[in-house]
Design a protein around this ligand. Structure first.
Ligand SMILES: Nc1ccn([C@@H]2O[C@H](COP(=O)(O)OP(=O)(O)OP(=O)(O)O)[C@@H](O)[C@H]2O)c(=O)n1
Ligand SMILES: C[C@](O)(CO)[C@H](O)COP(=O)(O)O
Length: 230
């Protein structure tokens, strides 16, 4: 299974002056944790890291330190996550039929989650890892007034990996460019094109490291895993 890792962001919400994925988490760059989990997945056999050229040297240093057993390719990112993923899709080899896309910022995903998504994407053209929403979600208008409360039992928080038929997703990204669609995950493009997207059980600990608070939570989770492993 091919894996694309969008890792070309700027980490603005982290308040970082550089790509947040290069920040240290328990003495390892955030991206290193993501790569270790992906590389430990039985089903993943090729990894594409989508990043800005200014980060290539730092990422190559991380790759040298990890000495992963699976081939890794650096692909140039774009101005948005959507553009970065499209660049990644266009860089896939012609034989790639399915792909998993996983945020570099979701560094706590387990190898088992990659494997479950890889198995599932062979059965359906589109899927996402997701977890049921725990909070009551409100729809709020521009003046801060609640206009609706969707039924919580129908609400899920989308995570990554997200998995797709490569040919179909490329077509959806192309339509997105032609129609000016701006989306925050790839499933939204699939949905806009009328394709079904299946939900696969995600992981409560599969948070996207976005703010400094998330970094502290990620450290707690990793320390707990170390304790549980003994
Ligand atoms: N132009 C971009 C923007 C984001 N990403 C990646 O998409 C994932 C999810 O994005 P997010 O968490 O928003 O990262 P940033 O864009 O760096 O964060 P911010 O929005 O706070 O700047 C991250 O792994 C990020 O590196 C990307 O590949 N290309
Ligand atoms: C793809 C994603 O992780 C699903 O929850 C999320 O949409 C990424 O959002 P971001 O603003 O690019 O971090």
């Amino acid at each position: 299974m091919y894996l694309l890792i969008p890792a070309a962001g700027m980490g603005k919400r982290m308040g970082s002056d550089r790509n947040k994925l290069l920040l240290s988490l328990l003495k390892r760059p955030i991206l290193a944790w993501t790569l270790l989990a992906a590389s430990s997945s039985v089903e993943i056999n090729s990894i594409g890291i989508i990043s800005q050229p200014t980060d290539y040297e730092a990422i190559n240093t991380i790759l040298e330190s990890l000495n992963l057993s699976k081939p890794v390719q650096l692909i140039q990112g774009g101005a948005t996550r959507q553009e970065s993923v499209y660049n990644g899709l266009k860089a896939l080899p012609p034989e790639a039929q399915q792909v998993l896309i996983h945020d570099g910022a979701r560094c706590l995903a387990t190898p088992g989650l990659f494997d479950r998504c890889a198995f599932s994407v062979r059965e359906c053209a589109g899927l996402i890892a997701a977890i049921p929403v725990k909070d009551t979600i409100k729809v709020v208008d521009s003046s801060g007034i609640i206009t609706g409360t969707p039924d919580r039992k129908n609400l899920w928080a989308a995570q990554t990996p997200q998995g797709f038929d490569v040919k179909l997703l490329i077509e959806c990204h192309q339509l997105g460019v032609e129609n000016g669609w701006e989306v925050t995950d790839d499933a939204a493009l699939f949905e806009k094109c009328g394709y079904k997207v299946k939900v696969v059980a995600g992981e409560e600990t599969n948070l996207k490291v976005t703010t400094p608070q998330d970094l502290a939570i990620a450290e707690f989770i990793l320390n707990q895993r170390k304790i549980n492993l003994g």
